[in-house]
Design a protein. Structure first.
Length: 125
């Protein structure tokens, strides 16, 4: 298996998103989800039929998991790959409200911690 080149841990974080823009053009009705979150990026999952080139700028809307307020997120595609009947995308965050990013990271961390605790792994923090 290849070396993991990620700078930051990724946490699972399944939340719905709706694409609003691809390369400055409107994208209406394209729904997907955030598969994971890190300090600098997101892993997104969409249905097949979409093609994202590395470097392409995208924008989507989502709801902050704490406040339930809608927020806009913009990012640059780092990579994309097929995964069964889905397409997975790695996106570097370009613009996201700081409080929304913190809420996503908290949600992901808490889910990860709960899984570790339930699996019998004792926390050391």
């Amino acid at each position: 298996m290849g070396e993991d080149k990620r700078k930051y841990l990724r946490f699972e974080c399944l939340l719905p998103v709706e694409m609003v823009e691809v390369q400055g053009k409107p994208a209406i009705g394209i729904k997907g989800k955030i598969g994971n979150v890190s300090r600098e990026g997101l892993g997104l999952i969409f249905n097949l039929g979409l093609n994202f080139e590395p470097g392409a700028l995208i924008g989507f809307k989502m709801y902050n998991p704490e406040t339930r307020k809608e927020c806009q997120v913009k990012g640059a595609i780092a990579w994309s790959k097929l995964a069964g009947n889905k397409i997975e995308i790695g996106m570097k965050i370009v613009n996201m409200e700081r409080f929304t990013k913190a809420a996503l990271l908290d949600l992901g961390f808490n889910l990860w911690r709960d899984k570790k605790t339930k699996s019998g792994v004792k926390r050391k923090f």
